[in-house]
Write a protein that binds this ligand. Structure first.
Ligand code: NBG
Length: 845
């Protein structure tokens, strides 16, 4: 095999390279021309010394070859947008979890096979080449991945839209599992370079921090002095699926200018102070979510947020004015008919006062006109109801960093109060909670979510249940003021990355049985599988695809953890950020109970047990101690269970290290059961639940987030439901406080087993304490693990029984895929386009 020879020395590939003459074929789609174009890049866009053509070199040359075509399509798309001048959407997000780009790009461009053949001619294997790419992980979890799925759908639907974000040097950390548990190490995705970004040296905007507000003689105000950095644009192409439309993800990088470099000081040996502003510029985009425990950490995060908002809005205004230039007369009031700005959570809230400032102080608009433009332009998506995740910025810090914006925010707050008093005096008592400023003298803060609700024309939640909770709880007071401001937009995922490309085996079966590939862009067509869910041939094909994916996954697990798992066991997976509300602790307690029971059984009794492999993966925030203890516990349980010869053919527990987009692409196709078991009312939506279900994986879960809708779509008989509902949670917490909670013996037994030292001597008491007592900080089982545990274990028994009936299980699996059509991000984005942004497709012919 070519790939193995290459891995051995790379010389065979170099020899093959010699035989293919390098030639520029930017639009090649025949393997021979593609190979020539790859070779062209290997020769004439060199990044390495010329003697090697190993998988790494092949990756960079292939990516550059793909970029040729993307650039062509990109330019055509820009041109089309320029010509048609449609209303455009600008999606502002502090996070994008793009993952790898190569396999996605050649899939969307429909040149996958051509690249596979071309690389073969060059002595390489596409799969191995693809593995060379580092994940672009400029995000934490669901929120960032959602933004990336949205970009894919915007491009595929030919929508005139842009993504804006920051070009962090270090994205999400790499998770290392050691004897101590999780360790974080910096992941430099730009270490060599990213072939997917194009720096736009002509797109640069100044961004100011600190300084003061100057009052002009005419009464206008101007923000002056302070520090000024340059925001430089790096564009990443986002190709649509089988369309020429290719849109941009514009990532800003902070720079200081050469004028800020003190040559005199430098020559005088004062190297640090000579380049002070340069090193401060580097800090801005150095890391995603710098720790904010310290004051300087908080300041840095606020700087990042403002940097994104200011650069993006200047760019948006610049583009708007560019179109208007040369036209006889135009008005700022037309701005909202050309521009829609979507705030992805509250992180880019400063776009609101920044747009006000740019319109008033730079463009000379009055308050009322600027406010009218701003509020008709901006919309806000809420992604959480967790109080600790609702951003509140210290007024003291804000006055220091952004004095003009604080003036504007105070004015918005003042006018909001006046409006309520004038129009809804009955809400007077609610005002302290509704207003933007919280002037608590101990710690005066700005409530970013309130600023968004007051200023945006539309506010949306991300699943029906979540949107209902926003209306009835978090934002309930605003509903009577603006009855139609709150909407729901249930999240979605791109079917390209999350089925078509990550699971080609299953995709081919679906295409064969539906007799069309249209489902890739019209996911509702999957319902067509329902009528053949009982068909023995389909079931056999379905089972063999699943088995192939499970085997691939088992090899991966062996490679990264050293644990060998049995592809004939039930593959049960929970992967997501580690958080107490997501209740990985319940999962591992269940595994512990299962282990204990297995130990107590006779060999004959064990023979009736459904063998299981429980896989748990996810990153814990570096300073979140309980989350880290959970990671440690899963690893410790795995160490004991997996090496216990008595039971380890019936149970394995594996912690999957460094969960990220690429790992998800491997895990999800090989999964049979996945756990989405958050405390009801706490997970806004979840999106991995959609990915698993789309890939024919059954869900055990609570009535939370999008689980509710998934269950509705696929049928309740195909969903393993358990646990309290969202409306019961407050009462259950009260009852617990009043000492009325009676734990299930199974729950007590599992905890006791940990305390007995069965999984080592690590001190798990602080973690277990969180489940004890009826009240108190970090106690009293706030997430209701104890309450839901018995119904969870019962549901797990139903899973074991169902898995024994292979035909039934396969039918449920097919029905999961068949019912997942609603969860395409194409559906979500079409709804945003129609119901929030009011934009239409602008297709490159
Ligand atoms: C997350 C929610 C998820 C949801 C994603 C995408 C934040 C603040 N929220 O449930 O926890 O699926 O957003 O909407 O990261």
């Amino acid at each position: 095999m070519a790939a193995t020879t290459v891995r051995a020395n790379g010389t065979s590939a170099t020899a093959k390279l010699e035989k293919i003459p390098p030639a520029a074929h930017p639009l090649a789609d025949e393997p021979a021309e593609v190979a020539a174009n790859i070779n062209y890049h290997a020769k004439y866009s060199p990044h390495f010394s010329p003697f090697k053509f190993e998988p790494e070199q092949a990756y960079y040359a292939s990516a550059e070859s793909v970029l040729d075509r993307l650039v062509q399509q990109w330019n055509e798309t820009y041109l089309q947008f320029h010509k048609d001048d449609p209303k455009q959407t600008y999606y502002l997000s502090m996070e994008y979890l793009q993952g790898r780009a190569l396999i996605n790009a050649i899939g969307n461009l429909n040149v996958h096979n051509a690249y596979a053949d071309a690389l073969n001619k060059l002595g390489h294997d596409l799969e191995e080449v693809v593995e060379q790419e580092k994940d672009a992980a400029l995000g934490n979890g669901g929120l960032g991945r959602l933004a990336s799925c949205f970009l894919d759908s915007m491009a595929t639907l030919n929508l005139p839209a842009w993504g804006y974000g920051l070009r962090y040097k270090y994205g999400l950390f790499k998770q290392l599992i050691t004897k101590m548990g999780q360790e974080e190490i910096a992941e430099d995705w730009l270490e060599k370079f990213s072939p997917w970004e194009v720096v736009r040296h002509d797109v640069v905007f100044p961004v100011r921090f600190f300084g003061r507000v100057k009052l002009n003689p005419n009464g206008s105000r101007k923000w002056v002095e302070g520090e000024v950095f340059q925001a430089l644009a790096y564009d990443v192409p986002i190709p649509g699926y089988k369309t020429k439309n290719t849109i941009s993800l514009r990532l800003w990088e902070a720079k200081a200018s050469s004028g800020d470099f003190n040559l005199f000081q430098f020559n005088d040996g004062q190297y640090e102070s000579a380049a002070q502003l340069h090193s401060r510029a580097q800090q801005i985009c150095a890391v995603l979510y710098p720790g904010d425990a310290t004051e300087s950490g908080k300041l840095l995060r606020l700087k990042q947020q403002f940097f994104l908002c200011s650069a993006s809005l200047q760019d948006i205004i610049h583009r708007f004015k560019e179109r208007k230039d040369g036209k006889d007369s135009w008005q700022w009031s037309e701005f909202p008919s050309k521009v829609a700005v979507q705030l992805n959570d509250t992180h880019p809230t400063l776009a609101i006062p920044e747009l006000m400032r740019l319109l008033m102080d730079d463009e000379g608009l009055g308050w009322d006109e600027a406010w009218d433009v701003t509020t008709r332009t901006i919309a806000y998506t809420n992604h959480t109801v967790l109080p600790e995740a609702l951003e509140k910025w210290s007024q003291v810090v804000m006055w220091k960093l952004l004095p003009r914006h604080m003036e504007i925010i105070e004015e918005i707050d003042k006018r909001f109060i006046a409006m309520i008093r004038a129009t809804q005096p009955d809400l007077e008592s609610k005002l302290p909670n509704m207003r933007i400023l919280d002037n608590n003298p101990q710690k005066p803060v700005v409530r970013m979510a309130n600023l968004c609700v007051v200023s945006a024309h539309t506010v949306n939640g991300v699943a029906q249940l979540h949107s209902d909770i926003l209306k009835s709880e978090l934002f309930a007071d605003y509903v009577s003021v603006w009855p139609s401001k709150l909407q729901n937009k249930t999240n979605g995922i791109t079917p390209r990355r999350w089925l078509r490309f990550c699971n080609p085996e299953l995709s081919n079966i679906i295409t064969k049985w539906l007799k069309t590939e249209q489902w890739v862009t019209n996911l509702d067509l999957l319902v067509g599988l329902r009528q053949c869910a009982d068909n023995a041939d389909l079931q056999a094909e379905w089972a063999s695809a699943k088995m192939a994916n499970k085997q691939r996954l088992a090899q991966y697990i062996l490679r990264v953890t050293g644990v060998s798992i049995d592809p004939n066991s039930l593959f049960d997976i929970q992967v997501k950020r580690i958080h107490e509300y997501k209740r990985q602790l319940m999962n591992i307690l269940g595994a512990i109970y299962r282990y204990k029971k297995l130990k107590e059984m006779s060999p004959d009794e064990r023979k009736n047990i459904t063998p299981r492999t429980i896989m748990i993966g996810g990153k814990a925030f570096a300073t979140y101690t309980n989350a880290k203890r959970i990671v440690k516990l899963v690893n410790d349980v795995g160490d004991v269970v997996n090496t216990d010869p008595e039971v380890n053919s019936y149970l394995k527990v594996v912690f999957i290290p460094n969960y990220n987009v690429s790992v998800a692409e491997m895990l999800i196709p090989g999964s049979e059961l996945s756990q989405h078991i958050s405390t009801a009312g706490m997970e806004a939506s979840g999106t991995s639940n959609m990915k698993f279900s789309l890939n024919g994986c059954l869900i055990i879960g609570t009535l939370d987030g999008a689980n509710v809708e998934i269950r509705e779509e696929i049928g309740e008989e195909n969903f393993f439901l358990f646990g309290a509902t969202a409306d019961q949670v407050p009462r259950l917490r009260k009852e617990r406080e009043n000492g009325l909670f009676k734990p299930d013996p199974r729950f007590e037994e599992a905890k006791q087993f940990i305390r007995s030292g069965a999984f080592g001597s690590y001190d798990y008491n602080p973690l277990l304490e969180s489940l004890e007592g009826n009240s108190g900080y970090g106690r009293g089982d706030y997430f209701l693990v104890g309450h839901d545990f018995p119904s969870y274990m019962d549901a797990q028994e139903r899973v074991d029984a169902a898995y024994k009936d292979t035909k039934k299980w396969l039918k449920m699996s097919i029905l999961s895929t068949a019912g997942s059509g609603k969860f395409s991000s194409d559906r979500t984005i079409s709804q945003y386009a129609k119901e929030i942004w009011n934009i239409e497709e602008c297709r490159v012919p």
